[in-house]
Design a protein around this ligand. Structure first.
Ligand code: C5P
Length: 402
């Protein structure tokens, strides 16, 4: 039986030479027994004819909503869809999706649906790297869209660079993963911490660390999209918090401890992605400390280990281990010492996995063994973590007393 049997999939095609790959994608979807509706922009139809798609999906292609037999086709298509794939998505198409424009059928349907959106960009490297395109993709990501990063290789211009649309097989795999995840955390409460705590020295200075909060925010966003109630306990960050989560802002490790202890009551899982300061200033000054020219010694006292102190039976506890050496050995020690279900270890000295980056290369370690994941977007890492939590929760009953 096809993995997508009777799932209603919309395939939006915009005007890139990669439109020919969308024909094979449509074919893969049909092979998996999905019901596929193809929506094209008028310029996409200059690359590939609607007939090519119609011959495969056996349904009329939507090209011009004004010419459609049913002028409200976008509404019914949008309402019934399980997922909307836009592949290829040109820079112009992405900009319109981010802005919510409805000037062609592909974008109108995107506005009319609440189905999860998968976007497979295809364009020249310079266009892909342009700050405008980056900003539009970030907007779409923040709204919950899954962006399938284009590959690097030979482009239509003959140049070599990033911009080749993801392969149909990759898009299909991402869709199947996404549909499997759809609302699998509904009815669950997930507590996520993020950011780096700040420990005051005096009213204008503090001790902190380089955590950007991106990993924790990506987890909160992903858990929200999978239907969970999300409590996001955030130390100060420079990034915008996701919509639709319960945000609790904290500053110090002690504030975070109180907020976590309160939030986990009745929760199903605690994911501590925050970088908690190990020490705080013993006695922060009430007034700004003046320069004297003399040596200045700051006395620090240890902060409590927040996650180690949470002992709520049946709460799933996930920690992070940011290491610069002996990654696995150090992470294993923390897994045991803190009583975690699993730990996500990352080497923060690697440029693509450290603080502030949008990608991460992590190893997930539990008592059974370890899984080294490839370099992934933080959103995909978040989903892999939540896949494990969802599977642990499936083996536990839903309505447990707090
Ligand atoms: O700092 P350390 O490497 O021990 O952090 C490992 C995990 O423990 C992280 O998930 C972090 O959020 C958590 N932690 C904590 N309380 C602390 C220090 C770290 O909960 N005081």
């Amino acid at each position: 039986m096809g993995e997508l049997r009777d799932r209603r999939i919309l395939l939006g095609v915009s005007a890139s030479i990669a439109a020919f790959k969308a024909v094979s994608l449509a074919s893969e979807l049909v092979k998996q027994e999905a019901i596929v509706d193809v929506i094209m922009t008028p310029n996409a139809a200059r690359f590939v004819t609607p007939l090519s798609f119609e011959a495969i999906v056996h349904r009329p292609v939507i090209l011009d909503l004004f010419a459609a037999a049913d002028p409200t086709a976008h509404v019914s298509l949008g309402a019934d869809a399980d997922a909307y794939i836009v592949a290829p998505a040109t820079a112009d198409c992405i900009a319109g999706l981010a802005l919510g424009l409805a000037d062609d059928a592909v974008r109108t349907v995107a506005l009319a649906t609440r189905a999860p959106l998968l976007i497979a960009p295809a364009m020249e490297t310079r266009m892909y790297e342009h700050p405008a395109t980056r900003a539009h993709l970030a907007t779409l990501r923040a709204r919950g869209a899954l962006i399938l990063e284009p590959g690097t290789g030979r482009l239509a211009s003959g140049r070599i660079g990033q911009g080749r649309m993801a392969e149909p097989s990759e898009i299909l795999a991402a869709l199947i993963r996404l549909l499997g995840r759809t609302r699998d955390l509904a009815g669950r409460c997930i507590v996520v911490t993020a950011g780096g705590t700040q420990e005051p020295i005096d009213p204008v200075r503090h001790i902190s660390n380089r955590s950007s909060g991106k990993m924790g925010y990506a987890i909160a966003e992903a858990a929200r999209d999978r239907g969970a109630r999300v409590i996001l306990i955030s130390a100060p960050t420079a990034i915008a918090p996701p919509d639709g989560v319960e945000l609790r802002r904290v500053t110090t490790a002690l504030d975070m401890k109180t907020a976590v202890e309160e939030a986990v009551i009745g929760a199903d899982a605690l994911i501590m992605a925050a970088a908690v300061a190990d020490y705080r200033v013993a006695a922060p000054a009430e007034q700004k400390i003046k320069r004297t020219g003399e040596e200045f010694v700051l006395r620090l006292v240890p902060n409590p280990d927040i996650i180690a102190g949470i002992r709520q039976p049946s709460l799933i506890k996930v920690g992070f281990a940011a290491e610069t050496h002996d990654l696995v050995a150090n992470a294993r020690k923390k897994l045991e010492a803190k009583g975690l279900d699993f730990i996500v270890a990352n080497d923060v000295s690697a440029p693509d996995s450290g603080f502030g980056s949008d990608t991460n290369r992590v190893t997930i370690i539990d008592r059974q063994g370890l899984e080294a994941l490839p370099l992934l977007s933080k959103r995909e890492v978040a989903d892999r973590i939540l896949d494990r939590i969802a599977s642990l929760l499936r083996s536990r009953p839903a309505d447990r007393p707090g």
